[in-house]
Design a protein around this ligand. Structure first.
Ligand code: NAI
Length: 313
């Protein structure tokens, strides 16, 4: 027991903790000494309806095993109320797990504004509202941990999920910016792209696969990232599920350098298309290319050759 990661005295807010991954996080943190705010609106996976039951069941479960937990039934779009519950019940907030989510799968051809707006509201505005309300507490106490939830659908795209993909990739940019702003206040922020059996995935994956994708297999990474012993891992993106954990990063091709003058035409770019796509000597950027330096180098080049080359070969 001595080597367990513990969260005694800390308050952990888990959004969407009434089921699936959120429930697994909440019960874990409850079993490791944390005060847990179990937030859940209690609606359907499409974001319809609401009920206090989902959160209550999890709170009862945590309390039954000797843990400390309170329920909150607000939507994440009212994130300030969720953080208020943490402050009122426990006097502090240390960890925010932005986990609540819904789906509105539909082909782009048939997508309505309502399908788009609801997904953006819950995932983008919801994560923003919760983090925004927690931020002053984190800064004041010079401590905070934020875990945001992206998805493979966001990182790689997914048929029928343009709305969800856009919302999920937003978590990466959002969280990486939070990481940059938070670091000097010891606020560390990471994004996970999980895969786990839940009501969200039960209709799209066969039972034998789901059997090996327990939400419990995602929890340990979240615990590591959320713990105070993590003093440096921030701004990361992690794939996690079914026993696999891997960090993702950007890769930049060698690229093409062209003189920036009127000779920089579409055909000039096509003539150097191989370089644009050349990943034989990649770099792994954590920021934009050094445009000042590249511009200087580009201006040393002769004008780009004239002539129309109109294919990609
Ligand atoms: P789930 O449907 O079991 O759990 C989501 C929970 O969020 C539900 O209990 C729901 O009531 C709650 N919720 C929905 N809207 C809410 C709102 N506005 N305010 C408060 N609570 C709300 O789904 P699952 O699979 O546990 O998903 C958890 C997160 O992980 C989601 O963000 C999801 O998009 C993401 N995810 C899950 C994957 C998986 O394989 N299960 C894959 C990639 C991402």
């Amino acid at each position: 027991m001595g080597d367990q990661l513990r969260f005694d005295g800390q308050t952990v807010v888990v959004t969407g903790a009434g089921g699936g991954l959120g429930k697994a996080y909440a019960t874990f943190f409850g079993s490791r000494g944390a005060n847990v705010v179990v937030n859940d609106l209690g609606g359907s996976f499409k974001g319809e309806g609401k009920s206090s039951k989902a959160a209550d069941v999890v709170v009862d479960e945590i309390k039954a095993t000797g843990g400390k937990a309170v329920a909150n039934y607000d939507s994440v779009t009212d994130g300030d109320k969720i953080i208020q519950t943490a402050i009122q019940a426990f006097g502090r907030i240390d960890v925010l797990i932005n986990n609540a989510g819904i789906l509105r799968d539909i082909s782009f051809k048939n997508m309505k504004d309502g399908d788009w707006d609801l997904i953006m509201d819950v995932h983008v505005r919801g994560a923003y509202k919760c983090a925004r309300a927690a931020w002053p507490h984190f800064r004041k106490q010079k401590y905070g941990r934020v875990i945001s939830t992206a998805s493979a659908a966001g990182l790689f795209g997914s048929f029928g999920q343009c709305n969800y993909s856009a919302a999920k990739l937003s978590q990466v940019g959002f969280t990486e910016s939070l990481a940059k702003e938070g670091f000097k206040y010891n606020i560390l922020c990471n994004t996970i792209a999980p895969i786990a059996a839940s009501r969200m995935t039960q209709t799209v994956m066969p039972p034998d696969v789901l059997e090996n994708l327990k939400p419990d297999w995602v929890v340990p990474l979240v615990a590591v990232l959320a713990h105070s012993s993590n003093t440096s891992e921030t701004g990361g993106i992690f794939e996690v599920g079914g026993g696999h954990v891997a960090k993702l990063r950007w890769e930049r091709a060698k690229g093409a350098l062209l003189r920036a003058d009127s000779s920089l035409t579409p055909s000039a770019i096509l003539a150097k298309w191989d370089g644009v796509n050349d990943f034989s000597e990649p770099s792994y950027p954590t920021g934009p290319a050094n445009f000042m330096e590249l511009l200087e180098d580009a201006q040393k080049l002769p004008s780009n050759p004239a002539g129309e080359k109109l294919d990609f070969k």
